[in-house]
Design a binder for this molecule. Sequence first.
Ligand code: SAH
Length: 389
Amino acid sequence: MSERAASDSTRLPLVFDAPRRGKPPTHWTDLDPAARKEAVRRAGLPAYRADQISRQWFDRLNDDPTTWTDLPAAQREAVAETFFPSLLDTVHDLSADHGHTVKTLWRLHDGALVESVLMRYPRQGEDQHMRTTICVSSQAGCGMACPFCATGQGGLQRNMSTAEIVEQVLAGARALHRGEIAGGPGRVNNIVFMGMGEPLANYNAVVGAVRQLIAPGPHGLGISARGITVSTVGLVPRIRQLADEGIPVTLALSLHAPDDELRDEIVPVNTRWKVAEAVDAAWQYARATKRRVSIEYALIKDVNDQAHRADLLAKVLKRRGDWGWVHVNLIPLNPTPGSRWTASRPADEREFVRRLEAAGVPVTVRDTRGREIDGACGQLAATGSNRKD
Ligand code: SAH
């Protein structure tokens, strides 16, 4: 407190509107380069400070403005207070796979809880370098109500802001940069919007976050759009809109059933946009962006894993042309607590794969990283009580 009071003489004028209820405070990472210059100017600083600040934040991954020696010492505290309100507080980190998987539970400024998961994989053929993927949340909770997904059971609390989304990645990037994650110092290679929430239901903040992630230094993290995957339950108008943005991120469509009767039940948004419409939108996305779409399919024992559904899935996808546009990613179901559903029998999973392959469909089976820390797909529930330590 006394430190804050001492800096009163250098306090910058208010440059952002007061935060509204539920809405997080505006942060440097919410602004595009032009808005950063304007904010700096309104705060009474010369415009060139904007790039200096961005260079510290994004290029050097230094999140302590009091150490930014290129800023006058008297202004550092005020810059921190004005542009860098704290958005994410760590509640706890849980790790698995010898520290190569780390799940973080975050508390947002209003108490909402979200999770992100960092995963490192050895690069094929080289054991010195690891690839790192961060799985981020885009909403606190989720309104899509898929019955097999832990997040879906709690409903939607609120949308996250652009900065709240990007800060999950930056926190991981900083920890990697400092060598705090097993596997040695490194950088973020891939980002998947497969944490909590439906990214396309929080469209503007998510597209804003993608723009910050791909913006070259000093304005953003400089991550390749190809390394970013946006996963959706199938909000068809938003898929079309995303195709028109001109950002070639990879689209994942959570299909989970090839027929409307079953999909209506396990992906309730299907009652609004049907299998055919969702697959068409995905195909058009692939055509517009030249990026191969990933069809996500959680294999649920005796629910969607029958041989005839594998055949129907191949048929539904093939209707849209040859196989260059798509591949199927099968996810063994991670059973959520209290659910009557469980993962498929190994023999049924093998047969499902065999039938897709026989039809010529490119198919992979996802590994179930982070399962023991409830960090695997669909297990992010963030109740605060899922501590295992
Ligand atoms: N709302 C987005 C992101 C959800 S999480 C979407 O629906 O795509 C990313 C993936 O995990 C989705 O494909 C989702 O359907 C899947 N998933 C959810 N719960 C799961 C579970 N219990 N087991 C396996 N996959 C699950």
